[in-house]
Design a protein around this ligand. Structure first.
Ligand code: ADP
Ligand code: MG
Length: 257
């Protein structure tokens, strides 16, 4: 893998959405936030709905531009990159896994995994095949995504996310549509990508059991860091989430009173 010891750093990264050029700015979706994710680290991001999790992920992954602050992926500040260089960086140095696996239905499973390499003009060689082997689907490369189960499709999405050996893998609710046993298979693959291959993973999840696979949980509330928990256990994570949910509900009541 390329780059420095830190896979991802955010310095003072904030995001305020504007409704239009003349409309007043709304409250920041993300207040200035510092974050360092070393290589071989699995970070879960949790918080009530609307707390800024997706905004953080989108800014960190170079899918959205922060209003202020600096995002570095493997030491490269991405704010100064033009669209062409930024999309190349996303393709080569960042992997994505979404709740909806985002596979291309008309391509075979192997072609889906090869796609990030093909788009970069690289010869995929054996990499899609060995990537599918690693997620236990070495014999399904010729199938279409529709022929696989939901959990298998998500494993293909992980193989695709890892095929360029990215510095950071971003996952937004990767197990949100899966039953608990299938979710565990997917989480075990992300865990192995971290432990065996040194990828960094940043995963947004609502599920305390999913977060318990991570090394650390970052809790967000109203666009700010509300806490961090190392070596998270599902029960403790669940307790903190219920507390943040209660606070969010009473804050909303105050606003409407
Ligand atoms: P989460 O993923 O934690 O549910 P989001 O990051 O999606 O939260 O949203 C944080 C806040 O920013 C919310 O108040 C949401 O309504 C607002 N928001 C998110 N995306 C947009 C957008 N594209 N335009 C305007 N407001 C947005
Ligand atoms: Mg979200």
């Amino acid at each position: 893998m390329k780059g420095t010891l830190d896979a991802l750093t955010l310095e003072g990264v904030s995001r305020t959405y504007r409704r239009g050029t003349r409309a007043p700015a709304s409250a920041p979706a993300l207040h200035p936030l510092d974050l360092t994710v070393p290589r071989a680290r699995f970070l879960a991001v949790m918080g009530p709905s609307g707390s800024g999790k997706s905004t953080l992920l989108q800014c960190a992954a170079g899918l959205d531009r922060p209003t202020a602050g600096t995002v570095r992926i493997g030491g490269t500040a991405i704010g100064g990159l033009g669209e062409a260089k930024l999309s190349r960086l996303r393709r080569e140095r960042v992997g994505f896994v979404f709740q909806d696996h985002n596979l291309v239905p008309s391509l075979s499973v192997a072609e889906n995994v090869a796609l990030p390499l093909l788009l970069g003009g690289e010869d995929p060689g054996e990499r899609p095949r060995s990537g599918l082997d690693a997620v236990g689907l070495g014999d399904r490369g010729g199938d279409r995504p529709a022929e696989l189960s939901g959990g298998q499709r998500q494993r293909v999405a992980i193989a695709r996310a890892l095929v360029t050996r990215p510095e950071v893998v971003f996952a937004d609710e990767p197990t949100g549509a899966l039953d608990p046993a299938t979710a565990d298979d997917v989480l075990a693959l992300l865990r192995r990508a971290v432990d065996a291959d040194g990828h960094a993973v940043v995963m947004v999840t609502h599920d305390p059991a999913a977060a318990a696979w991570a090394d650390e949980v970052l809790f967000l509330a109203e666009g700010r860091v509300a806490g961090r928990l190392a070596r998270p256990g599902a029960a403790e994570v669940g307790r903190i989430m219920r507390e943040l949910g209660r606070r969010a509900a009473s804050a909303a009541q105050e606003v409407h009173a």
